[in-house]
Design a protein around this ligand. Structure first.
Ligand code: FO1
Length: 334
């Protein structure tokens, strides 16, 4: 089975690690491949180095090097370089970069500086983390630099700050007026991205942030059309449980775009291409008069809390099962 997934940071990476675990325990799915289209809107240049947080979280999580408690950065990290940078008064100090993590940013920046595309750079990094051996291809959504910036107003009128400053330094506590994907107007989908969506047997939307992760990938020219036009069933996993994000600040992002923090509203953001939607059991009952799911959307309820890889594998298995069911129904047949 050829599976294609859009993905952001921690939630997406943990779900995809579960998907790999599910495939490992499903002999009937042996030989399946996964193409992951990673969000690059979180990317930031720090100390002259290009940092790609969502791609790195995917590399480290699927490659077995992630700091499990944080969900980002490397396991067993040290911060000698960061301490020396602070001693020199180098800014910023609010973004934690470990010594091992720096190697990723240094080698990526070296290759980018030699004119190597982000796609090729990412393929080289993925090879080191053993992703090809697991049948996984990681593609950046675009080789064109795109950066999400956040328009905030702290009393002296609107100003824009980098997404990471809003997310990490301010912990999304400063109300966002809107998000702007700088560079998206010049961006094209990276090689293989649109084909991976059009030719998939199944497309998955992991429980990544619907606004600043999945939403940014959907903004790449051609991606939404490919999702509308693919014959593959498209199945998503709610990033909200009981109206609250599992982690991160998805609720702050949703309110910034005027969308209520309900699983129905998030599914509504994908209404033009979504066929199936997994919700937590707490969101299974649509209370009378409450928000509705779009008619025709196939909704399944199960525990969505990915407390460990096995639970993530169960969720991924449910997404695959729903996808196969939808495929048999010929859903999304153009
Ligand atoms: N998130 C934080 O909350 N604090 C940090 O200091 C931080 C550092 C960091 C370094 C490298 C990296 O790849 C990710 C890092 N993140 C940090 C997470 C990052 O902000 C988010 O994972 C994504 O950008 C949003 O999904």
């Amino acid at each position: 089975m050829q599976i294609t997934a859009l993905a952001g940071g921690v939630g997406g990476a943990r779900f995809l690690r579960g998907l790999l675990a599910h495939l490992d325990r499903s002999p009937d799915l042996a030989g399946s491949t996964i193409t992951v289209i990673g969000n690059t809107g979180d990317d930031i240049t720090l100390f002259g180095l290009r940092v790609c947080p969502d791609l790195d979280t995917l590399l480290y999580t699927l490659g077995g090097g992630i700091d499990e408690q944080q969900g980002w950065g490397r396991a067993d990290e040290t911060h000698s370089v960061q301490g020396e940078l602070a001693a020199y008064g180098a800014e910023p100090q609010w973004f934690g970069l470990g010594d091992k993590d720096f190697a990723t940013h240094i080698v990526r920046s070296q290759w980018l500086g030699q004119g190597v595309s982000l796609s090729e750079v990412t393929a080289r990094l993925a090879a080191r983390w053993g992703l090809p051996d697991r049948g996984v291809t990681l593609l950046p959504m675009s080789d064109t630099p795109v950066e999400t910036h956040v328009v905030v107003d702290r009393g002296e009128g609107p100003s824009a700050i980098h997404f990471q400053e809003w997310w990490v330094r301010h912990q999304a506590a400063v109300p966002a007026e809107r998000f702007v994907a700088i560079g998206m107007d010049r961006a094209t989908a990276a090689p293989g991205v649109l084909d991976a969506l059009r030719n998939a047997d199944l497309v998955l939307l992991p429980p990544s942030n619907p606004v600043v992760s999945i939403g940014i990938v959907l903004g790449v020219p051609g991606v939404r059309d490919a999702l509308r036009g693919t014959t593959a069933p498209v199945v998503g996993v709610s990033p909200l449980i009981g109206g609250a994000p599992v982690r991160g600040h998805a609720d702050a992002c949703l309110s910034a775009i005027g969308v209520e923090s309900t699983t129905q509203a998030v599914a509504g953001l994908y209404a033009d291409f979504l066929d199936g939607w997994l919700v937590d059991e707490r969101d299974a009952e649509v209370e009378v008069g409450g928000p509705r799911f779009d008619p025709g959307l196939q909704v399944r309820a199960l525990p969505l809390w990915m407390k460990d890889v096995d639970h993530a594998a169960d969720i991924a298995g449910a997404a695959l099962e729903l996808g196969l069911e939808l495929g048999r129904q010929g859903r999304h047949a153009v």
